[in-house]
Write a protein that binds this ligand. Structure first.
Ligand SMILES: Cc1cc2nc3c(=O)[nH]c(=O)nc-3n(C[C@H](O)[C@H](O)[C@H](O)COP(=O)(O)O)c2cc1C
Length: 302
């Protein structure tokens, strides 16, 4: 059974990747799993300067999901290169650095710094961040702003540019097409859906930040719908994300049109779930008599 897939020029041994923010910088999982079983690795969102993120509490469980307002805490570019990169360079699976900024220029600076690093396959550009030069609305909710970011990143790197889309929009296809036109090599979706959890006893929000991003099984149907819509309307590869915890979940995304998938919240419950998902994909192909995972991609019958 063939599980290898291609995202642009990048070959993944299997389509199951890690999602940004639930896998740290990989080394944290050293004792818990076999990295060779992971198709591709996306590390925690990186900014130019270190960030301490939002005040606590910043994570709360909700029915079938997780609401987080971690606030993109990270070590910053300099410490990433000094302390985190050497371990990442020992891994066999392609590694992508998830980047974010508050201004278009910051994305460019990050992309250009990462372009010179050995052992990094590309960047995943998180556009679900407030654009401070335009009143604070996220880049990813406006096709023009999204396209400016991608255009800048494209000019600054020859490595793979994966653009991670926000689901907090009315028409995700318009954003996907805008970033494709601006030079993205692939799109990944979805990031978290904005939510609110309330403690009725105290009349207070559960998170210090008030709102947070919803992830986990609760968002899977929304993610599947968006992946299907985007995959039907762009030519570049689509990476599906949202509530994936089992091989069946991953298969559903591939049938909807995804070339690969990312697993986020499920990693926090079962750090070695990639191995289980990959074995399940193989068993599914065998049972259904397909030779390659690529044979089921986009085969949704509507
Ligand atoms: C605790 C936590 C931290 C996250 N941090 C990031 C991040 O730094 N950058 C990013 O693009 N997405 C981040 N995400 C979003 C995930 O990568 C993923 O898009 C989302 O959680 C949906 O997938 P899931 O349902 O499998 O978790 C984070 C999610 C969680 C739960």
């Amino acid at each position: 059974m063939k599980l290898d897939v291609k995202i642009g020029d990048i070959k993944l041994a299997n389509p199951v990747m890690t999602a940004s923010g639930t896998f740290g910088y990989a080394a944290e999982y050293k004792e818990l799993l076999n990295f060779d079983r992971i198709g591709g690795i996306i590390v925690k969102g990186l900014s130019l300067e270190p960030s301490t993120g939002n005040p606590l509490p910043r994570v709360v469980e909700t029915p079938c999901g997780l609401l987080n307002a971690v606030g993109l805490e990270n070590v910053g570019l300099k410490a990433f290169i000094r302390d985190k990169l050497p371990f990442l360079q020992t891994l066999k699976s392609p590694v992508f650095v998830n980047i974010y900024g508050k201004k278009v220029e910051e994305y460019g600076e990050l992309a250009s710094a990462i372009n010179s690093l050995d052992g990094i396959a590309g960047v995943e550009v998180n556009i679900s961040c407030p654009n401070v030069s335009a009143g604070g609305a996220a880049f990813g909710v406006d096709p023009d702003a999204a396209s400016l970011v991608v255009d800048q990143v494209r000019k600054c790197t020859s490595k793979h540019v994966m653009v991670k889309l926000s689901p907090n929009v009315t028409d995700i296809v318009r954003i996907a097409q805008a970033v494709e036109d601006a030079g993205a090599d692939s799109v990944s979706l979805i990031n978290t859906l904005t939510g609110l959890a309330i403690d009725s006893e105290t009349f207070s929000p559960m998170l210090a930040n008030v709102t947070g991003g919803l992830s986990g099984p609760a968002i899977k149907p929304v993610a599947l719908r968006m992946v299907w819509q985007v995959a039907s309307n762009v030519k570049i590869p689509v990476i599906g994300i949202g509530g994936i915890a089992t091989a069946t979940d991953a298969i559903e995304f591939i049938i909807a049109g995804a070339t690969a998938v990312q697993v986020g919240t499920a990693m926090l419950v079962d750090p070695d779930c990639h191995g289980r998902i990959v074995s399940g994909l193989r068993a599914f192909l065998k049972r259904k008599k397909f030779e390659s995972i690529n044979d089921i991609r986009g085969r949704l019958i509507v």
